[in-house]
Design a protein around this ligand. Sequence first.
Ligand code: PRX
Length: 671
Amino acid sequence: MAGPGGMTGDMEGRQAAPDENIDSILTEDRRFQPPASFSSGARVRSLAEYQALRDAADRDPVAFWAGLARAELHWHKPFTTAFDDSRAPYYTWFGGGLLNVSYNCLDRHLAGNAEKTAILFEGEPGDVRHISYAELHRQVCRFANALKARGIGLGDRVVIYMPMVPEAVVAMLACARIGAIHSVVFGGFSSGSLRNRIEDASARAVVTADGGHRGGKVIELKAACDSALSEGCKSVETVFVLRRTGSPISMQPGRDLWWDEAEANLADQCEPVWVDSEHPLFLLYTSGSTGKPKGIQHSSAGYLAVVAATMKWVFDIRDSDIFWCTADIGWVTGHSYIAYGPLASGATVLIYEGAPTVPDAGRFWSNCARHRVTIFYTAPTAIRSLMKFGESFAARHDLSSLRLLGTVGEPINPEAWMWFHRVIGHERCPIVDTWWQTETGAIMIAPVPGAITTKPGSCTLPLPGIDADIVDAEGNSITDPGHGGELVIRRPWPSMLRAVWGNDKRYRDTYWGKFGGHCYIAGDTAHRDRDGYFWILGRSDDVLKVSGHRLGTMEIESALAAHPRVAEAAVVGKPDETKGETIFAFVVPRGARPTPEAAGELSSELRAWVAQQIGPIAKPEQIRYADSLPKTRSGKIMRRLLRDIARGVPITQDTSTLENEEIVKQLQGES
Ligand code: PRX
């Protein structure tokens, strides 16, 4: 079996997947049927029921989604046009309808479930809070009133740069309540990344905190925010600051307001603003193949309808569940499966602020045990890193409350899947390996747990209504087992992205620019096995997945090239047992190549520089120096060659066209 690195694939030039991936997939013959005890009580109980749902969706997709949107959402005014493709690929759903997302996540639960816990919070230091739906409603209304008091209204952009505390969700829902568009920026991003995102969206307000607890340290969010706002960001009028850590910070009079002071004396009722179905709910910036992250824009109705439906299909959510998704709220997983999905479902969601290893590597399992978590959704990288600590940490905690496990963000290697199944799920809990993206809004390919037999490492079959396919360079379906290709979705679906903020062309070209313009291009390569199960091989573009975080190679290259000592840089991913991939940078310095001693120092400086420019997650693990980079005659960097060098495997590419073949030795660290 190939390691996790093998599973990430390497599909430069849209070629077939490397043989070892396909071989490993074809030889993975373990099967796990849904336990009868799970299926009997599940929402979708059998393959036949799943198939019936899929058939209904395929017969008349628009009617299927329209029925689902009516069933899942509270409409202030019903929609009249379920789907409009007259401006393809700028598709719209549920036209003519009016709704409010915060109403759907809060108010509609108040009649029967006001006192039910909506958010169960545990801070890294151990502080615990239970927030009922009634209380969350009051908090959201109060903060919505605070936003309004500062002039924020319909369509205004609000950047949220927060630790993993309930107030991050409060701020999101408060925006939704008044029709403001939020853009959450991951708290691990640096001030530079924050600034770019504020500027791209021309945000009027920023919501942040004095700090957050993570890994036993205080993350200084307000300081990063001040630094971001010190240059540019002219659109920002107000900064709301939550007190979390009590760290000393500076407040700029007129601009900065403490959260509690901003909402003091404000009502805890706030009429929802009824918005069009297509009104943007949020922007979320994500990396692509260019240096500039794109603001993925999601709608209100279509997004929420599918997110809510997947809570049922994939997570089989019930009233008694305690649902825990360990993602950060700054990623789409946090948006869809911490905030909107669970709350639209009226569920109880656990939010944990900190790191998995504080105070020890048993923290996740201790949280599960103490809060009686029933559904646990995490990333393969977290599983792999906790596996390294052995089984004893999990064994110390009572995991009997768990009934369903899930993974997301990157391919899971079968070894990690099996460990999750055995050590955490006690061979009792189905595992849902969920494939989706920032752009898809909700889960697209995953086992419906009461119905689908799972195979370790496969995300199995598409959900009802999702017409996923794997195609060759001409857009023809590839059905032969053993042949990899481009993952596409052939039909629009309601939770798909609507735009790249401020860049219609980039939206059209990136996602719909091939195969006749009618197929959504995911940017992943995949393969189907004999049973039609999907196996994701990795990205087909210049996007890396480092510990599940999505980073563009170009972004890191431009950050490196902005350093005064760097003339040019190329970044590639190197397979890694735990992180999936790590960042390997080849750097052409200005002036002479550093001596081995000086290289160490320069590398530390460059790593710190990238952390400051983008965020610590983007720091190159390894840096190698050369007098130039290997390029084709047309001037393109030979990335496949660099990848082979980073992996330390024999070079398979023809290097005879290189101007200076000596460069290869330098890049290999041999001269
Ligand atoms: O390459 C795929 C990988 O993560 C990418 C999307 O990243 P992002 O937009 O950050 O969203 C992550 C959380 C939804 C995809 O293009 N990916 C996501 N889930 C899986 C996966 N790769 C394999 N298996 C998965 N289950």
